[in-house]
Ligand binder design. Structure first.
Ligand code: NI
Length: 196
């Protein structure tokens, strides 16, 4: 197993739509093992294949705390089949060192995916819990979307990006999401976040 190089914002691989996995081959097993090792090496919550340079529809999430046993979930060819509600999420991403932003997310999501054995499973995550946020964050990576595209304050986010020598938000990718924003703006701020 090896720790893979995490691609940083500005790398085209992060803006490329990923392809479905057609066979869970030995190569896929090795990639996932290396992604897990990379996730733990960086103390992340989630990691998507494009972040390690592979435009394949795979991501991994582990929301367990440092005190708990590791509990990785592997998602292959995921589809978000249900989403509802809205929540503010304070997020970072391993592809954006030291940048955190408040972003708009759905509160509840249901995802369908294949596990490493190629068996389909359905997972429901509710109430804006870390898992619900992480699923949306990682799923976005497979479509070339990034958390800053959902930023609630894009000027403040631009300042943070520039301060960290990263490109500002690209308006070709920015998502306005007025319905989510309207619902979130009525709520008290909750500071749960994810780092993936
Ligand atoms: Ni990320």
């Amino acid at each position: 197993m090896s720790i893979l190089k995490v691609r940083i914002y500005g790398d085209n691989v992060l803006r490329t739509k990923s392809k479905e996995v057609t066979k869970i081959s030995k190569k896929i097993h090795t990639l996932v093992e290396n992604m897990l090792q990379t996730l733990y090496a960086y103390n992340g919550v989630g990691l998507a294949a494009p972040q390690v340079g592979e435009n394949l529809r795979i991501f991994i999430i582990d929301v367990s705390s440092a005190k708990e046993p590791r509990n990785p979930i592997v998602f292959i060819n995921p589809k978000i089949i249900k989403k509802s509600g809205a929540t503010n999420s304070h997020e970072g991403c391993l592809s954006f060192p030291d940048v955190y932003a408040d972003v708009r997310r759905y509160k509840n999501v249901t995802v369908k995916a294949l596990n490493m054995a190629g068996k389909p499973f359905i997972l429901e995550a509710k109430d804006g819990e870390l898992l619900a946020i992480a699923i949306q964050h990682e799923f976005d990576h497979l479509d070339g979307k990034l958390f800053i595209d959902h930023a609630r304050n894009r000027f403040e986010t631009d300042e943070k990006l520039i301060a960290n020598k990263l490109n500002p938000i690209d308006m070709d990718y920015f998502l306005e999401e007025p319905e989510l924003e309207e619902e979130i703006s009525k709520q008290p701020i909750n500071n749960e976040g994810e780092n993936g």
